[in-house]
Design a binder for this molecule. Structure first.
Ligand code: PLP
Ligand code: ZN
Length: 423
């Protein structure tokens, strides 16, 4: 059945549920996560907007249909939101390019028919993949409002959106919120400054700086403040699956698109897809999308030596039949101060580790911990050889490829995602 199943307690939530953010049995520790049930079919239509072309596979659309919206109306909803996004963000949703990169492949001594395919998420709304995760949540909300099934009755009484982030996710969330004219609270680190803060201000977000308080439990203070806001009624406009399961819905569009783009070159299998992992939603949903669309591609989840909680979890969870039930045995906050040039993936916990491990196991992939020198080299080589201006966070997956290069044959076919436009 279409819907969600909690990885921790096996509770099911049906697709027609309004606000299916978290498991009903979750009691504040975020150690439950609703994973999307697998559909047996994958349906693609022709359209430049992935939220239209791929809608039939998505939870927001299945929710709309289950609650009686027409398909035509659902398409119009996406188009209206997208037009508003283009007005505030400069660009709406489009299939992002994925191309074979010959200079990059040559640089790493790959040979035909092998080499490196690069998905360019710097071209996405707000300059990174984050908007894909969030659009699935926004469409669910807009559909529910149109159908008159939200607890609030008019726009002026909408609860606020909330997100915790230090960069790309905050900009993506604030862009979408501005488009929908929905008030948003953004919880950012105490030290944030520069472009991100200016951009959030320009987009009209309410910015909250979050120093660590003496009475705080361990963990990121921006996440603590965000959860307090959600406890007080805000909507979790989050890119972390345990905070909002729908973010894992939208992230799949990237994998589905990659599958289509590979199919155009008659490729049905890759030797590896390298994805940089911070909170973990990106890798999990991208890889899930590839699997659902029939592409065989071992997921190589890339962390940096300065912060690698997923690597720890992978070591212990592989032999656990039910890892989510033993959450704290496998996942806990990185003890040392996380450091890396790839500063956007320094999440001290991999919030989506359960979904990541599931995809790593399913695809026979692994976790690679890249050295800082590979992170630095990747941040130089990837933009130079592809001319894609991605940030060091967004090239960190390439650091995993550099670490693993010797294990791959010269004719291996691999994919990486460059994301997070350099600011
Ligand atoms: C450019 C870029 N790539 C990758 C990631 C990692 O995504 P996730 O946190 O879902 O693992 C992030 C954000 O954290 C990012 O900003
Ligand atoms: Zn549960």
């Amino acid at each position: 059945m279409s819907g969600f199943t909690c990885a921790t307690c096996a509770e099911t939530v049906s697709v027609d549920t309004f606000a299916p953010w978290r498991c009903p049995h979750e009691k504040g520790d975020r150690r439950h996560v609703l994973l999307i049930n697998e559909n047996d079919q994958h349906v693609v239509e022709s359209h430049h907007n992935p939220f239209i072309a791929l809608r039939r596979n998505m939870m927001w659309w299945q929710f709309a249909m289950a609650r009686g919206m027409t398909d035509n109306r659902s398409i119009a909803v996406v188009e209206e939101v997208d037009r508003a996004i283009a007005q505030v963000g400069g660009v709406g949703f489009m299939t992002t390019p994925m191309l074979y990169q010959s200079a990059f492949s040559d640089h790493l001594s790959f040979e035909s028919p092998g080499g490196i395919w690069v998905k360019d998420e710097t071209r996405n709304v707000a300059g990174s993949q984050k908007a894909r995760h969030l659009m699935a949540i926004l469409l669910h909300l807009v559909v529910a409002e149109e159908l008159g099934i939200t607890p609030w009755t008019d726009r002026s009484s909408r609860p606020k959106l909330a997100i915790s982030s230090c960069g790309n996710a905050a900009i993506a969330a604030s862009t979408l919120a501005a488009a929908a004219q929905w008030p948003i609270d953004v919880f950012i680190p105490e030290w944030s400054s520069g472009f991100v803060v200016e951009k959030l201000t320009e987009l009209g977000a309410h910015i909250h700086r979050c120093p660590r308080r003496a009475e705080d439990p361990p963990g990121d203070p921006t996440v603590l403040r965000f959860r307090e806001a959600v406890n007080n009624g805000s909507i979790p406009f989050s890119v972390q699956g345990p905070e909002n399961a729908l973010c894992l819905d939208g992230g799949r569009t990237i994998g589905w698109e990659m599958a289509q783009q590979l199919a155009q070159e008659n490729i049905t299998a890759l030797d590896a897809v390298f994805v940089q992992v911070g909170g973990g939603a990106f890798a999990a949903s991208l890889s899930r999308g590839l699997s659902e669309a029939g592409i065989s591609a071992p997921l190589v989840a890339v962390q940096t030596e300065g912060c690698a909680p997923l690597s720890r979890a992978w070591d212990t969870a592989q032999s656990d039949a039910n890892p989510a039930q033993h959450w704290t045995k496998h996942m806990w906050a990185w003890e040392n101060e996380p450091v890396s040039l790839a500063d956007g993936i320094l999440d001290d916990e991999t919030y989506d580790w359960v979904a990541d491990i599931a995809q790593i196991q399913r695809t026979k992939g692994k976790v690679v911990v890249a050295s800082e020198s590979h992170v630095v080299e990747a941040s130089r080589v990837a933009p130079e050889t592809t001319l894609i201006d991605a940030s060091p966070t967004g090239t960190a997956g390439v650091a995993g490829l550099l670490s693993m290069r010797a294990e791959l044959s010269n004719t291996a076919r691999v994919a990486v995602v460059l994301s997070g436009v350099r600011r």
